[in-house]
Design a protein around this ligand. Structure first.
Ligand code: F6P
Length: 546
């Protein structure tokens, strides 16, 4: 079955896409193609001209969007409908950055007011830390803040903090710990002083094994240094929707920043989960980050499909996934600060759209979310770009480049940019057999050698990519960039008619993990699982016992 057969215009789109000329011919036919298929919004410029599309493709995308009810479904999200229907929740992360319809009410109180009150509270907290007002249990000012969280309670804050290093206020050092691997926490604590360290337990559920265990070990570390239970208030705050569980841990309600049901974990960096970001870059910059995301929200809500960045990213992606069988999508930030962006978008996209059930519970017959991967340029060029250029799979790419650097250094930035632009050009143009032969002949090779070598030098080209530019990486442009990917994921989920906002697939592993743990920690427990898992457990026990 080709494409999205549920839509009446599917067949027309499929045959149109399969009959498009190659990218080089499209560029040859229209000298202004680069301009025609570029647009700017919210501080970002998207050049999507190196995609397999023409203006007829965009018209077919528009038809598909009508058939999918795209406009109404986007509106449903912004207006607070319970679109996460398997969990009975609204999806209102956009409200965290001011994109809220005035009419939106959640659990009786105005979302916008709750958001504003929380932002004000975050500002007071940041100020208290910056001014040295918050003291540890021996009366010393807090110098280091460790945010303990995982998944959405980690990835967003971590990548934003890292990317916005030029905006750090240097009033307090911000650290992150996520993994249950003891190396993560021990390695961090080794460099810190318990008297001047504050922990943020960032967990919407306050029930995530990794976060709770790391928080407990951090609490033990404080106690070992002489802090008693009443001192914990000076060293622990939480960001959570589950205050009773935080209280049971020893964090008072007064020290809990709110999270809400209507914010999904992977969409939560804009909430108080972003507190470590605010501590690193200051509240004004945090608000600029929200402002950038809001600008992208406004663009997304109002721009027609043909000029709508998230919709264009989503639909070109769908063309490759559902009509050409692409199973992965590579993100190539040409910016050292954005090196962790692929990992962030990985959770955002794969946890949202890695689904096999339509909204009405029927089975999905086509591919859904792609594998998201990538690395910073130019490092990737010397690692995996070979496969992008000559491998057999189709892997669409997003190149991301700030036009100016916060670290001007000789010719470095021009070289970085030249690599970025040349890679998308090489993917698109490729190298023909004739050209390869000519080059070898020019190097003085004989006919027999040319015949042997030339095929190895052929690059098929015709490989699609987007290029996203911004003047520089700033709180505002980064906010817009992240919101762009959030909305791309939403739009793809709408076309695939699935719920992008639950994540039931991660649950089974958690349940089985606990069953295995009880057998790892108790030598007398019966090994009654499958023979492979039993043998693995036995090997672990044998060494743990020594
Ligand atoms: O296990 C997946 C997940 O639920 C993610 O969706 C979430 O971001 C992460 O775990 C952390 O959850 P919490 O913030 O509740 O600790």
């Amino acid at each position: 079955m080709t494409g999205l057969t549920r839509y009446p215009s599917n067949d027309a789109l499929a045959s149109h896409l399969h009959n498009l000329p190659d990218l080089k011919s499209l560029f040859a036919a229209d000298p202004k193609r680069g301009e025609t298929f570029s647009l700017s919004a919210a501080g970002l410029t998207l050049d999507y001209s190196k995609n397999h599309l023409t203006s007829e493709t965009l018209a077919l995308f528009e038809k598909l969007a009508e058939e999918a009810g795209l406009g109404d479904k986007i509106q449903a999200m912004f207006s607070g409908a319970l679109i996460n229907h398997t969990e009975g929740r609204a999806v209102l992360h956009t409200a965290l950055r001011g994109s809220v319809d005035d009419s939106v009410i959640s659990e009786g109180s105005q979302v916008a007011q709750e958001v504003a009150a929380t932002l004000a509270r975050m500002a007071r907290f940041v100020e208290a830390i910056y001014s040295g007002q918050l003291l540890g249990f021996t009366g010393k000012a807090i110098t280091d803040v460790v945010s303990i969280g995982i998944g959405g309670s980690f990835l967003g804050p971590k990548i934003v903090t890292e990317a916005l290093k030029p905006f750090w206020q240097h009033k307090v050092k911000v650290h992150y710990v996520a993994n249950i691997d003891g190396a993560a926490l021990s390695g961090k604590l080794a460099d810190l002083d318990p008297q001047t360290t504050l922990f943020i337990t960032a967990s919407k559920s306050f029930g995530t094994q990794e976060t709770l265990t790391n928080s407990e070990s951090a609490r033990d570390w404080l106690k070992a240094a002489g802090a008693d239970f009443s001192d914990l208030a000076k060293h622990f705050v939480a960001v959570t929707a589950n205050v009773p569980k935080a209280e049971a841990f020893g964090i008072s309600a007064d020290n809990c920043f709110p999270m809400w049901d209507w914010v999904g974990g992977r969409y939560s960096l804009w909430s108080a989960i972003g507190l470590p970001i605010a501590l690193a870059i200051g509240m004004d910059n945090f608000k600029a980050l929200l402002g950038g995301a809001n600008a992208m929200d406004q663009h997304f809500k109002t721009a027609p499909l043909k000029q709508n960045m998230p919709m264009l990213l989503a639909l070109t992606g769908i063309a490759y996934i559902n009509y050409f069988g692409a199973t992965s999508h590579v993100l190539l930030p040409y910016d050292h600060g954005l090196r962790a962006l692929p990992g962030y978008v990985q959770q955002l996209d794969m946890e949202s759209n890695g689904k096999s059930c339509h909204n009405d519970a029927s089975a999905i017959e086509h591919l859904t979310g792609p594998v998201i991967w990538g690395a910073e340029g130019t490092n990737g060029q010397h690692a995996f770009h070979q496969l992008l250029h000559q491998g057999k799979q189709l892997i669409p790419a997003d190149f991301i480049l700030p036009l100016t650097s916060h670290y001007p250094l000789g010719r470095h930035h021009a070289m970085l940019a030249s690599n970025c632009f040349a890679q998308s050009q090489a993917l698109m143009e490729g190298k023909s057999l004739d050209k390869a032969k000519q080059e070898l002949a020019a190097n003085g090779l004989g006919e027999a050698e040319i015949a042997k070598l030339a095929p190895h030098k052929v690059m098929p080209g015709n490989r699609p990519s987007n290029t996203l530019l911004m003047d520089s990486v700033s709180p505002a442009t980064l906010g817009a960039l992240i919101a762009l990917y959030e909305h791309k994921v939403l739009v793809q989920g709408i076309f695939w008619d699935l719920n992008s906002f639950d994540q039931w697939g991660v649950e089974l592993g958690k349940v089985l993990g606990n069953e295995v743990l009880s057998r790892l920690e108790d030598d007398s427990a019966l090994l009654d699982l499958d023979s492979s898992t039993n043998a693995l457990i036995a090997r672990f026990r044998a060494l743990a016992a020594k």
